[in-house]
Design a protein around this ligand. Structure first.
Ligand code: UD1
Length: 432
């Protein structure tokens, strides 16, 4: 298993380029299935989830290439597949986002039910319920969901919970439906507003994203479009924590300050200095032990669950006891066990963690259980005394573009190791 080796204890200083938002790009790739025109997504990050989505839409007949400028070009003229291959859906839950677009374009879609994942069961009943309300006939059989509809009908949908994926799936499907669809209690994440922008460039008529209700007036067909997605607010948040946890100073660009407000507020409360130093540019400075916090994850604009593990790493070295309450996922605390191996004092009771800050963490060999858990362990390793190896780095590669290069650019002593062979001291022998 590949790992990331880190010698901790250096303050990270310098500038970092933030990539485009993974969670916006993936949805735009799914939306591109709804047109036979050519879509171009500028600055699409070179990460594994984007490659997986590219493989998936290729299986469905799309032609996906990268041009010399790093833009992802999708030609949907050959889309004729209606069945998403199981191994790709298993690899990435966001694969279910092809359901709405394919049903709208082809009148039929069959996807394997995504199983549970490391952070909780993550069902899709809200997606299915909304599609049913739009007139889809849905059957579930032997682990597959099949949906059929000659043409979806616009309707009023009230989501019981503002699910990001359900909001996006329904919003995309409604673009080609007959009549107007209203989605009430939708998720308000910035990636959804960005998807609205992209869909409207394709000729869709969507408004209201980011607010209490989204209105989608169905159109007969969509065309190709070109778009540069918003910067990744979770990647940005991760580097913001890197500055605070290493007592460093990092300039981040591009970043939309409003999108990281909840993270900024918590970092300031912890004692870090966060300043807007230019258009779409933030500077984060840490220089003392963080103060303890109460962190409660919530749908946007609340504190993002995707930043919870990174904050657990930060609070592990705070001057006092913090409480973290995870309300979005039922079991997103696995990183606590690994942080404990590095000397953290954390007690987890269900979806709540009590983190008593210690003065220093110590390097250890730890394993990432998911994408953001991996990021948290890397942050902990950067702050810890001695050497850390974070295994299971394939999780991190799903969502962080060129993470070692970016960290090295900030002065971190970090490298990827191909093989981890346990040495006498417990740490793997490093073969660079
Ligand atoms: C998206 C993000 C993910 C982030 C999450 C919450 C992408 C690719 N992923 O995931 O990084 O952590 O938003 O901000 O954009 N739920 C149900 N029934 C449903 C749908 C969801 O119970 O039909 C539950 C899930 O189990 C989970 C919670 O709602 O506990 C949040 O899920 P959702 O908002 O749908 O997240 P995703 O779109 O999967």
């Amino acid at each position: 298993m590949a790992g990331i080796w880190i010698r901790g204890g250096r303050p990270l200083v310098g500038s970092v380029q933030v990539s485009s938002a993974k969670n916006a790009v993936l949805k735009m790739m799914a939306a591109a299935l709804m047109t036979s025109g050519r879509c171009a997504i500028r600055r699409a990050p070179a990460i594994r989830d984007v490659e997986t989505m590219a493989d998936l839409i290729r299986c469905l007949g799309a032609n996906v290439t990268r041009d010399s400028g790093g833009n992802l070009v999708i030609d949907g003229s050959g889309v004729d597949g209606v069945e998403a291959p199981e191994q790709l859906v298993r690899r990435m839950r966001a694969s279910v986002l092809v359901m709405g677009p394919l049903l709208a374009r082809c009148g039929r879609v069959r996807v394997p039910l995504p199983g549970g994942c490391a952070i909780g069961p993550r069902p899709i009943e809200l997606h299915l319920q909304g599609l049913r309300q739009m007139g889809a006939r849905i059957t579930e059989e032997r682990g597959f969901v099949e949906a059929r509809a000659d043409r979806l009908r616009g309707t009023e949908i009230h989501l019981d919970y503002p699910s990001v994926g359900a909001t996006e799936n329904l919003m995309m499907a409604a673009c080609l439906a007959e009549g107007t669809t209203v989605i009430r209690n939708p998720a308000r994440e910035p990636e959804i507003v960005d998807l609205q922008l992209f869909l409207n460039k394709m000729g869709a008529r969507v408004r209201g994203a980011g607010g209490d209700a989204i209105y989608i007036e169905g159109v007969e067909e969509l065309s190709g479009a070109e778009h540069e997605p918003i910067p990744d607010r979770i990647e940005a948040g991760t580097y913001m924590v890197a500055a605070a946890i290493t007592w460093g100073e990092i300039i981040l660009h591009p970043v939309i300050p409003r999108h990281v407000e909840a993270v900024t507020a918590k970092l300031r409360e912890a004692g870090a200095i966060v300043e807007e130093v230019g258009p779409d540019t933030l500077r984060v400075r840490g220089g003392e032990r963080p103060r303890p916090l109460y962190v409660r994850t919530q749908p946007y604009p609340g504190f993002p669950t995707d930043m919870q593990p990174q904050f657990m790493a930060l609070l592990a070295v705070a001057a006092g006891a913090s409480i973290i309450s995870e309300t979005v996922y039922t079991s997103r605390m696995k990183h606590a066990d690994e942080l404990r191996r590095m000397g953290a004092d954390i007690v987890v009771d269900g979806q709540v963690a009590i983190v008593r800050g210690v003065r220093r963490l110590t390097g250890a060999c730890v394993e990432a259980s998911d994408l953001r858990a991996g990021a948290a362990l890397i942050l902990a390793g950067l702050a810890a005394d001695g050497e850390t190896v974070v295994e299971g780095v394939h999780h991190v590669d799903r969502g962080y573009e060129a993470i070692e290069e970016k960290l090295r650019g900030l002065g971190a002593d970090v490298r990827r190791v191909a093989e981890d062979v346990p040495a006498a001291g417990g740490l793997p022998l490093v073969r660079a």
